[in-house]
Design a protein around this ligand. Structure first.
Ligand code: PRE
Length: 401
């Protein structure tokens, strides 16, 4: 597994706010992280593996004042000193590590996907892994236990990009992905749409008539509702489809099946009892691709822009949406999530008592590139109305199914 093979590396950022993650432990992979912060201007993250030694990459962040130059020199000395303790073999391995992607690498046209590392939540064979292969056919995939880990894998340069489900045609938005978008400083650089082909899998020798229960991701179970209802078996929700297949393969369960992909059947040596068991053969899951650097917006192909903002005041949502309508910009999606940091606003009205509102985050996808003047002026006007506004990314639309 990719994360286990990398015994340690340092990750750098020119500003400390760029990383922003507070808890940096990768518990599932036995990697611990130490933060070596030197000044406001430079921030390096040294990740060390307790049993394999320490790798250090040279950071190239710019340091402007004399004071921070001194601090940087001191930090460099510390790093050099630590490097001396690293066994020679590990230095040689360091050369074979992939360098982090730059904005140019991530530009929509130049990347054929070779050697790009893409993290995702789930075990090998998950639909999210399919999505990673769809975006970059030659990529190296990095499975992660949780959505949070998949984000951190990119922030810490274990991976170059992360692929996460954002919505399905069947059940709507994946709320936790929306919530994580603001908790991390990654940029949306692409999207992938996937028609999931769900299969019923069981251990070799087990027939459908022997099954008493089926395990899978709740969405995969929901997608296969009609088929599973006909079988009349109990459903159990687990974290991801491929994780269920992995669990079944390593268990002794002869009365259980899983709903997962054909690739998961291959990987874990399970039999495919039925293929294409989804209720709706036109189902779609949309995934977002995020990276450390944004891509350069273009106007020569269909681009989409995703933003999030907060508003306050009567009629303000109407005005906010009007900035797009006035410029003929098509809104593709609006998602409203609670502002968890300030969930309630109390409005004191002496005549009618006090009213409580939920404060909301408005996520909008619109069909225009930030390279277009109409998109720039719409956001300029929105900025005047909004109490907070962030562009999450401007990226090519996935038009291929
Ligand atoms: O469990 C998986 O295989 C996943 O990749 C996750 C996921 C999701 O969360 O939407 C992806 C596609 C399917 O809709 C079912 C599950």
């Amino acid at each position: 597994m990719a994360l286990k093979a990398v015994v340690g590396l340092s990750v750098y950022s020119t500003s400390q706010s760029q990383l922003g993650a507070s808890d940096l432990s990768f518990k599932s992979y036995g990697v611990s992280c130490n933060r070596v912060r030197d000044s406001e201007r430079i921030c390096r993250w040294v990740i060390c593996n307790s049993f394999s030694g320490l790798y250090v990459n040279r950071a190239t962040g710019s340091v402007e004042d004399e004071n921070s130059s001194k601090q940087t020199a001191e930090l460099q000395r510390l790093i050099d000193q630590t490097s001396k303790n690293v066994p020679r073999r590990l230095h040689q391995d360091l050369g074979s590590l992939q360098r982090p992607l730059s904005a140019t690498d991530l530009s929509a046209s130049s990347n054929d996907g070779s050697k790009v590392r893409i993290s995702y939540k789930g075990a090998p064979g998950a639909y999210s892994e399919y999505a990673a292969f769809k975006t970059s056919p030659n990529c190296e995939t990095v499975p992660c236990d949780e959505f949070e880990d998949a984000f951190k894998a990119v922030e810490l340069c274990f991976a170059d990009k992360v692929v996460l489900p954002i919505e399905t045609s069947f059940a709507g938005s994946t709320n936790c992905t929306y919530d994580l978008l603001l908790r991390h400083k990654l940029h949306i650089v692409g999207e992938v749409q996937l028609a999931c082909d769900f299969c019923l899998l069981a251990r070799p020798g087990v027939g459908a008539e022997q099954l008493k229960r089926v395990l899978s991701h709740p969405l995969a179970l929901a997608h296969s509702d009609v088929f599973l209802s006909k079988l009349g078996i109990t459903r159990e929700s687990v974290d991801d489809t491929a994780g269920a297949a992995q669990f079944l393969a390593s268990s002794n369960l002869w009365d259980s099946g899983v709903v997962a992909s054909a690739r998961a059947a291959d990987i874990y040596g399970l039999n495919i009892l039925a293929k294409g068991i989804q209720d709706d053969s036109n189902n779609l899951t949309r995934f977002l691709v995020l990276a450390r650097d944004p891509i350069i917006p273009r106007a020569d192909r269909p681009f989409k822009t995703s933003i999030v903002f907060t508003l306050e005041g009567p009629g303000i949502l109407f005005k906010a949406l009007a900035v797009f309508a006035l410029r003929d910009i098509n809104l593709i999606k609006i998602e409203i999530r609670p502002e968890r940091k300030h969930p309630l606003r109390v409005v004191d009205d002496s005549n009618n008592g006090s009213a409580k509102y939920f404060d909301s985050l408005f996520y909008i996808d619109f069909e225009a590139s930030m390279a277009e003047p109409r998109a720039q002026s719409a956001l300029g006007q929105l900025q005047e109305l909004a109490t907070f506004l962030r562009v999450l990314g401007c990226y090519p639309m996935d038009t291929m199914l």
